[in-house]
Design a protein around this ligand. Structure first.
Ligand SMILES: NC(=O)c1ccc[n+]([C@@H]2O[C@H](COP(=O)([O-])OP(=O)(O)OC[C@H]3O[C@@H](n4cnc5c(N)ncnc54)[C@H](OP(=O)(O)O)[C@@H]3O)[C@@H](O)[C@H]2O)c1
Length: 310
């Protein structure tokens, strides 16, 4: 299948970027988009069915900005993974370029353009040396966030030096000094988060903890003005977000290939019974030969309810 965009998509995308930039100044009719107090952003113009369908998959990201900003409220969080039919996001050696096809990469870049920040785990930075910028579509770069609680990265990754977008190296306060020393001369800010790795008391059974305290990650990003966050991998990081119940939405893009003994995508411990498994509302969209599963999680019950400012 072709990954060509519908002919009228370029015009609609430009209007979506305007809404992303100034959601609250655009509550009346803005071209083809209108914000409705109950429905969120709605299409008002007769665009092609293909563009309307595509729009519907990005509408939740735009709607997330309509909720009134509240001091201390965490960002709305969407995670995305590109995986094989057998649930792998890379080969065992870490090769992931590319699991999914061109249409799925376009989709990923659209998500980057619509979100305030894009977060990846340290394992992804070590394996891929990613740029995480918006290159395949028009739109702004998101703030790049590297979640590296114990500052295990050596600081040589491209995104710490290229100054292509604002970049945060997010560590537990105990390890921030190491990160700052390695970041010297780079184009990255080390964001030290208190208690990210739990209590410092070695006698405490919770130390070392299972993973970083993700509520503290979200609080630190909210304090930096991040309202809409994209978690772009890898499998460990997305799985931890899922297990911690901080995801509002999950985009799983499944490509028609079988990797075998590769790196897992989702890998959290599930319940014993199928009846207790997560069965979120789901819909699909063909992205070239891949299939996007759009899962509405809202596990925190805090999904942005469309609401217009007073
Ligand atoms: N297909 C996709 O959509 C996609 C997206 C992103 C990444 N990937 C692939 O996924 C793989 C990485 O994902 P992941 O789940 O392993 O990790 P991740 O979620 O990116 O990062 C967290 C994991 O990395 C570990 N880690 C920390 N510092 C590290 C270092 N310097 N070197 C290596 N690992 C380090 C962490 O261990 P501790 O918790 O012990 O610190 C933790 O297990 C790569 O192969 C990447 O190519 C695929």
């Amino acid at each position: 299948m072709s990954h060509a965009e519908p002919p009228d998509w370029t015009l609609l995308w430009a209007q979506m970027l305007q809404v992303r930039a100034a959601p609250h100044s655009a509550t009346g009719p803005t071209g083809w988009l209108r914000a409705d107090p109950k429905q969120g952003w709605c299409l008002t113009a007769p665009c092609s069915p293909a563009s309307a369908e595509l729009f519907s998959f990005y509408k939740p990201v735009l709607d997330a900005r309509l909720a009134p900003a509240r001091v201390g409220s965490p960002p709305w969080v969407l995670a995305q993974l590109g995986q094989s039919l057998d649930g792998c996001i890379a080969t065992a050696s870490g090769d992931s370029h590319f699991v999914t096809g061109a249409a799925s990469l376009l989709h990923l870049h659209r998500l980057r353009a619509l979100c305030d920040a894009v977060l990846v785990g340290a394992g992804t930075v070590a394996a891929d040396d990613p740029q995480l910028t918006t290159r395949r579509v028009s739109g702004p770069n998101a703030v790049r966030v590297v979640l590296d609680p114990a500052a295990r990265l050596d600081g040589r990754a491209r995104l710490f030096h290229d100054a292509a977008a604002a970049t945060l190296w997010l560590c537990d306060r105990r390890h921030a000094g190491q990160a700052r020393a390695r970041a010297a001369g780079g184009a990255v800010e080390v964001l030290a988060v208190e208690g990210l790795l739990g209590p410092a008391d070695p006698a405490d059974p919770a130390d070392p903890p299972e993973g970083p305290d993700l509520t503290r990650v979200l609080a630190a990003l909210a304090a930096r003005g991040v309202r809409v966050l994209l978690v772009e991998g890898g499998g460990v990081t997305v799985s931890r977000c899922l297990a911690a119940g901080v995801l509002d939405r999950l985009h799983l893009v499944v490509a028609p290939l079988i990797i075998g003994s590769g790196r897992r995508g989702l890998q959290h411990t599930g319940p014993a019974l199928l009846a207790d498994c997560l069965r979120p509302p789901a819909r699909q969209l063909a992205l070239g030969d891949d299939l996007l599963w759009d899962l509405d999680l809202d596990l925190r019950g805090t999904a942005a309810r469309p609401a217009l400012p007073g």
